[in-house]
Write a protein that binds this ligand. Structure first.
Ligand code: PH2
Ligand code: MG
Ligand code: MG
Length: 167
């Protein structure tokens, strides 16, 4: 039996991919995130397909949200997420919101509001993005997003914009 974490924080990670077999990218990234030392998976949403936000000349995205319990500080967790993105062949380009093999966003970290050069939590845009809000609502319908309020209220105010659950 795995040892429970003392003083663990509940955090939510947004996963996204639209290159090189996006479904497989997201599935294997789930395992990679669960394998981070000091991280335990609590829940994982369905996979969702949506058209790209931002430049339209790129493939559709596959998105999901994962809930974890973690002993890591937010900055340490972020460094692991960036390592996993790199291991998935993520190439950082100049284009804002361009195509990517894997995007791992730290959406929420406990009750904390964080605003540093490296990290803004809750993730900016979380409150407006269907491909984040709907999977988050699926796994945490009672969640109150720090600074934004109840996930249930955020979802009803966010049009689906063609988001489709695919499993
Ligand atoms: N991520 C982006 C840019 N556009 N569009 C969708 N549908 N899903 C994403 O995850 C996404 C996007 C940059 O992070
Ligand atoms: Mg993102
Ligand atoms: Mg990102």
């Amino acid at each position: 039996m795995s040892k429970p974490f003392s003083g663990a924080v509940a955090a939510y990670i947004g996963l996204g991919s639209n290159l090189d077999d996006p479904i497989e990218q997201v599935r294997s990234a789930r395992a990679d995130c669960a394998a981070i030392p000091g991280v335990r998976e609590l829940a994982f949403s369905s996979l969702y397909r949506s058209s790209p936000m931002g430049p339209q000349d790129q493939p559709d995205y596959i998105n999901a949200v994962m809930a974890v319990a973690t002993e890591l500080e937010a900055a340490a967790l972020l460094r692991h997420l960036q390592r996993i993105e790199k291991e998935h062949g993520r190439v950082r380009t100049q284009q804002r919101w361009g195509a990517r093999t894997l995007d791992l966003d730290l959406l929420i970290y406990g009750e904390q509001g964080i605003d540093t050069v490296e990290l803004t939590v809750p993730h900016p845009g979380l409150g407006q993005r269907a491909f984040v809000l709907y999977p988050l609502f699926e796994i945490a319908p009672e969640l109150v997003v720090p600074g934004l309020g109840r996930i249930a209220d955020l979802v009803v105010n966010c049009p689906l914009e063609g988001l489709k659950r695919i499993d």
